[in-house]
Design a protein around this ligand. Structure first.
Ligand code: GAL
Length: 415
């Protein structure tokens, strides 16, 4: 009898260990406002294939990873990694995690699946280091987009989307005169003001020069950057007065509620507007920020495999799933992004996303600063702080000087 009890206890103990062992902890910042819906759809798909794996959703709230990135870094440096985590393609991945030796190469996963060539080469390049791939791109977001309320557009007589700053500012002014907020901003989390500024900078520099900045082939000491600050100052005349109390979702919601004409945001706002019940092309329209029609400001969410992932086998299953067309075609139409896989089923995407797909394959791709692709975190954070102060002080000369210091500090050309 005693032996039977011991054997039973051992079985129960092993089973509980096994149960806890069969987990998968996924870290991200997708907690609501259209973002969580996409993530949960991926979890559902994972459970369809692996019903016994318990998914631990370790998401930390805050758009663009405002809070999540710091938590993640502490965990990674403290030797307590999640099984897989959201990270932007580009410097955020390579500089922060790959070069310090915290990630496993996963080229073999894409090779085993035979899908290495099913992702755009340029995208694979920015998730690679020394010839090895380190994360799986799940999507491509476009950052330089303005979403607008079609009903208000009609009221202000906008029959065609603006392509110049003069036209755009004229519509913002008309909207304001009718009692609306021209352009909604929510910079409670500071990143949104740099999100706006980097695209204005792109507009003034043009895509070629903008891209050269990051290769050290163009100087930050360019009147176009100063001019971008002057345009930003003009735009700020038309933002909501409570902008510093609002998140990006709150700002997008002002457009949905008919309180603001437009919102300049990445197309995760498209995902959000759809979860609120709006239809693209019917309730809301969109256009590339004036002057950026020939550019696609790229933001790509990817997932990688940290060294010493507690449930490595499950993490590999997760990564393999993300690399499939099936997962990408379930996730992206909800998230408001286009698939990273080039062979995805275009018919599953709405008219906005088809517009974005077309532009992605025909326009110049430019990496976003604030969403981790163009520059190291030290640069992005310092610039974000400077632009945030600019929103309050609106001192063009002072901020331009600060930008030059920040660029110089980070080894970029400023002569
Ligand atoms: C970006 C991210 C998007 C979206 C957005 C707002 O950095 O790539 O997927 O989540 O932040 O939170």
């Amino acid at each position: 009898m005693k032996r039977f009890v011991i054997v039973l206890a051992v079985i129960i103990f092993s089973f509980s260990i096994f149960a806890a062992e069969n987990a998968l902890e996924i870290f991200s910042w997708w907690t609501g406002g259209g973002e969580e819906e996409g993530l949960l759809a991926l979890f559902d798909l994972f459970h369809k294939y692996y019903p016994d794996v318990e998914i631990i959703n370790a998401a930390v709230a805050g758009g663009a990873g405002t809070n999540a990135k710091a938590v993640l870094k502490t965990r990674m440096l403290g030797g307590n990694p999640p099984d897989s985590f959201q990270v932007h393609a580009g410097m955020e991945l390579t500089d922060t995690y790959v070069i310090p030796g915290l990630m496993e190469p996963i080229t073999w996963i894409l090779k085993d699946m035979g899908v290495l060539d099913k992702f755009p080469k340029d995208l694979i390049d920015i998730v690679s280091y020394k010839g090895e791939v380190y994360s799986i791109p799940v999507n491509v977001h476009r950052a330089n987009v303005v979403f607008y309320n079609k009903k208000i557009a009609k009221e202000i007589g906008m029959t065609k989307e603006p392509t110049t700053w003069a036209e755009f500012l004229m519509y913002l002014d008309k909207a304001q005169k009718l009692g609306y907020t021209g352009i909604a901003l929510g910079d409670k989390n500071k990143w949104t003001s740099l999100h706006l500024f980097e695209s204005i900078m792109l507009s003034e520099l043009g895509p070629e020069k903008y891209n050269k900045l990051w290769k050290g082939e163009a100087s930050f000491n360019d009147p176009a950057i100063k001019n971008a600050l002057a345009i930003m100052k003009d735009v700020l005349k038309y933002v909501n007065s409570d902008h510093s109390a609002l998140t990006w979702q709150d700002a997008t919601r002002l457009v949905f509620e008919g309180k603001a004409f437009a919102n300049m945001m990445g197309d995760w706002a498209e995902g959000y507007l759809k979860t609120l019940g709006w239809k693209p092309g019917v309730d809301f329209g969109w256009f590339a920020l004036p002057g950026t029609q020939n550019a696609f400001m790229l933001v790509s969410d990817t997932f990688g495999l940290p060294k010493n992932a507690p449930h490595r086998e499950n993490a590999i299953k997760w990564l393999k799933l993300l690399a499939t067309v099936e997962a990408q075609d379930i996730f992206n139409p909800i998230k408001g992004s286009i698939p990273a896989r080039i062979d995805a089923d275009k018919s599953k995407y709405d008219i906005y996303l088809q517009w974005s797909m077309k532009d992605f394959s025909t326009k110049t791709i430019c990496p976003s600063i604030i969403h981790g692709s163009a520059a190291p975190e030290s640069f992005a954070t310092a610039l974000m702080d400077a632009i945030n102060i600019f929103v309050t002080e609106q001192n063009v000369d002072k901020t331009f000087k600060e930008i030059l210091w920040i660029a110089d500090d980070n080894g970029y050309v400023t002569d």
